[in-house]
Design a protein around this ligand. Structure first.
Ligand code: FES
Length: 109
């Protein structure tokens, strides 16, 4: 069992690794995003978790970013470097891949 110090975490990523997302490359994109996070020295500030299905199978691979609660679609291994750069390093929304955002009341497209 892993015990990680989460006190420096500023973002938590949930990688959907349900069956449909896996068929669309979720495992490979999870590995690639985690590799880049480590390469960029961001392991302490970015925590990641694999999940089962998040209910948007046709849009996968799905990556959910907290605390913004942004649901990103189609985050394939090829898009992993841009995802890390724009969303995690530049702290910018990626509108073309944004599927939903949470405004504390409801989900928005
Ligand atoms: S398997 Fe990822 S949303 Fe369903």
């Amino acid at each position: 069992m892993a015990i990680k110090d989460l006190s420096k975490v500023r973002r938590h990523l949930f990688f959907c690794n349900g069956g449909s997302c896996k068929n669309n490359g979720a495992e490979e994109s999870t590995v690639e995003i985690r590799r880049i996070i480590t390469e960029q020295g961001m392991d302490e500030e970015i925590h990641t978790t694999k999940t089962l299905c998040n209910g948007r199978c046709n849009d996968g691979p799905i990556v959910i970013v907290l605390p913004e609660c942004h649901y990103y679609k189609g985050i394939t291994p090829e898009l992993a470097p841009h995802f890390v750069e724009q969303v995690l390093k530049q702290d910018e929304v990626w509108p073309e891949q944004l599927l939903y955002e949470w405004n504390a009341k409801e989900m928005h497209i």
